[in-house]
Design a protein around this ligand. Structure first.
Ligand SMILES: NC(=O)c1ccc[n+]([C@@H]2O[C@H](COP(=O)([O-])OP(=O)(O)OC[C@H]3O[C@@H](n4cnc5c(N)ncnc54)[C@H](O)[C@@H]3O)[C@@H](O)[C@H]2O)c1
Length: 439
C-alpha cells in the first residue's frame, strides 16, 4: 500500500522572482514562454522531459516525471525580478545575445512586460558593475523590508498563489561566515546596524524567508549557507537550496571524475581553463568575485575522488581552475581541460576536453527544474536545506558536519529516490541480485 507524503496540489499561479535579470534569467524565462507557444522544446529539463523508473524492472513502469508528481505547469508560471539596470526582459535578452533575435521578437510582448524592480546592490560586493537602478535606505533592515514589500505587491498584482526566489544575479566577492551570520539575532542586529558582513544576496534571502517563500542560490555566494539563514528557514518551515548552478565545465568534471575513479585510474593533474565574454565573465574578472567561484569549482574533485581513501591515486593531484574574460566570446564559453592520468604500473596518459558550450543554455533548464522542485518541496512541507537537489549544484549545500555528494550519478539516484519516497513508491538502489530474483 502506498504511504506517500501529503503534498498540496499546485493550484493557481507560481511567481518566480529572480534577483538579476541577465543572461541566465532571460534565457530561462524566454525558454518557458517559447515552450508554452510551441516554439521550442525544454531540452535538459528533467521536470519536463524526464522519465522515472518505478518498482521492479519487470513491471515496466516508467512514467514521465511530470505525470508522476504534482508539479506546477508551465502555463502557471509568472516571472519577475530585480536588477541594477532598467532593461526589461526583452531588452536584457537582446543584450545578452544568447537566443536568436527572431525567436525573441516572436515573444517580445510577453518578455517586455517583465520589468525589473530596483535592486539591493552594494558596489563593494560586485566591483565590476556600475548600475544605478538601486534601492536607497538608511539601514539594511529597511532594504529587506523594501524587498518584502516588492514580493507582496508582485503577488497581489499577478494573483499568485505561491512564490519563490532564485538568485541569478552576479557573483559577489568572497566572504566567510563571521559572528554576524551565526544566529538570527546577530543577523537581525547586523541588518539594523548596517554590518558590512551582510551582502545584498543575504538581504534578498532574508526577505524571501520572512515572506514565507523558498530561496535558491544559483551563484557561489555565501548567502543562505550561514547558520542564521539556515536556522530561519528551519524555524519558518521553508526550503532553501544552493549553491552555484552545475553547468559547463563542472558538469563535465562530475561526469568524467566518477568514471575515472570507478576504474581506479590515478590522476596527476587536472588543469581547467575557461574563456568567456559575457557580463558574468566581466564580473568574474575581479579577483574577489573570482575567488568565490574558484572555491566553488575546486571543491568538486576532492569529494568525488576521496584522496584520503586512495592516496596513491589522488593525493598529489594538482588541480587548477582559471577563468579568463575575453569579450569576443560572448556567452559562448570555451573551456579546456587537460587531465593527466595514470594507469597500470603508473603508465601516464592524457585526456583533453575542449567544450564549446553556451552557459545560459545549460543553466536555463536547471533554473526551471529547481523552481518546480522547490515549489514541490514547499507544498510537501520539506523545510531547510534540500540536499536531494544537489544534482543541480556545483557546491551543494549540506547539513552541518556532512560532506556534499558531488558524483552526478549518486546525486541522480538520491534525487529520484526522494521523488519515489514522496509518492510512496519503494526506493530503488539498482543493487538487486538478478540471478536470484528480479530487482
Ligand atoms: N550561466 C551559467 O551556466 C551559470 C552557472 C553557474 C552559476 N551562474 C551564475 O549565475 C549568475 C548569473 O549569470 P549570468 O550569466 O546571467 O550573468 P549576467 O551578468 O548576464 O546577469 C546577472 C545580472 O544580475 C544583475 N545584478 C548584479 N547584482 C545584482 C543585485 N544585487 N541585485 C539585482 N541584480 C543584480 C546584473 O546587473 C546582471 O544583469 C552569476 O552569478 C553566475 O556566476 C551561471
Amino acid at each position: 500500500m502506498k504511504t506517500g507524503i501529503n503534498i498540496q496540489k499546485p493550484k493557481g499561479k507560481l511567481g518566480i522572482l529572480t534577483p538579476g535579470i541577465g543572461a541566465v534569467s532571460t534565457t530561462f524565462m524566454a525558454g518557458v514562454i517559447a515552450t508554452r507557444k510551441g516554439l521550442g522544446q525544454p531540452i535538459g529539463s528533467i521536470s519536463q522531459m524526464g522519465n522515472i523508473r518505478l518498482g521492479k524492472r519487470t513491471e515496466n513502469r516508467e512514467p514521465k516525471v511530470k505525470d508522476f508528481i504534482p508539479l506546477a505547469s508551465l502555463e502557471d508560471l509568472v516571472f519577475g525580478g530585480w536588477d541594477i539596470f532598467t532593461d526589461n526582459a526583452y531588452e536584457a535578452a537582446m543584450n545578452a545575445g544568447v537566443l536568436e533575435k527572431d525567436l525573441l521578437n516572436e515573444i517580445k510582448d510577453e518578455l517586455s512586460t517583465i520589468k525589473p524592480m530596483p535592486a539591493v546592490f552594494d558596489h563593494n560586493y560586485v566591483k565590476n558593475l556600475h548600475g544605478d537602478y538601486v534601492k536607497k535606505a538608511d539601514t539594511k533592515m529597511d532594504l529587506a523590508n523594501a524587498v518584502m514589500a516588492d514580493i507582496k505587491r508582485f503577488k497581489t498584482e499577478n494573483s499568485c498563489s505561491r512564490m519563490l526566489m532564485i538568485w541569478t544575479a552576479s557573483t559577489e566577492v568572497y566572504v566567510e561566515t563571521s559572528t554576524v551570520h551565526k544566529t538570527i539575532e546577530n543577523f537581525e542586529k547586523g541588518l539594523l546596524n548596517n554590518d558590512p558582513g551582510i551582502s545584498p544576496s543575504m538581504i534578498y534571502a532574508y526577505a524571501a524567508l520572512k515572506s514565507g517563500i523558498p530561496y535558491i542560490n544559483g551563484a557561489p555566494n555565501l548567502t543562505n549557507d550561514v547558520p542564521a539563514i539556515i536556522e530561519l528557514a528551519n524555524q519558518l518551515n521553508i526550503p532553501i537550496a544552493g549553491k552555484d548552478f552545475k553547468t559547463g565545465q563542472t558538469l563535465m568534471k562530475t561526469i568524467l571524475g566518477p568514471g575515472l575513479k570507478a576504474r581506479l585510474l590515478g590522476i596527476d593533474g587536472w588543469f581547467s581553463t575557461n574563456i568567456l565574454g559575457n557580463r558574468d565573465g566581466e564580473v568574474l574578472d575581479d579577483a574577489g568575485s573570482f575567488k568565490t567561484k574558484e572555491v566553488s569549482k575546486l571543491s568538486v574533485l576532492d569529494s568525488v575522488l576521496e584522496p584520503e581513501k586512495y592516496p596513491e591515486l589522488y593525493k598529489n593531484m594538482y588541480h587548477k581552475v582559471r577563468i579568463n574574460y575575453y569579450p569576443p566570446k560572448g556567452d559562448d564559453k570555451e573551456s579546456w581541460d587537460n587531465i593527466d592520468i595514470f594507469g597500470w604500473l603508473g603508465y601516464k596518459m592524457q585526456i583533453k576536453v575542449n567544450f564549446l558550450c553556451k552557459d545560459s543554455i545549460l543553466a536555463a533548464p536547471v533554473v526551471l527544474d529547481l523552481a518546480l522542485f522547490m515549489d514541490l518541496a514547499q507544498r510537501a512541507e520539506m523545510k531547510g536545506i534540500q540536499e536531494w537537489l544537489s544534482f543541480y549544484f556545483k557546491s551543494p549545500q549540506t547539513k552541518e558536519g556532512l560532506q556534499p555528494i558531488h558524483d552526478i550519478f549518486l546525486q541522480k539516484v538520491k534525487f529520484e529516490n526522494t521523488l519515489r519516497h514522496l509518492m510512496g513508491e519503494p526506493l530503488i538502489n539498482y543493487l538487486g541480485l538478478d540471478y536470484y530474483e528480479d530487482d
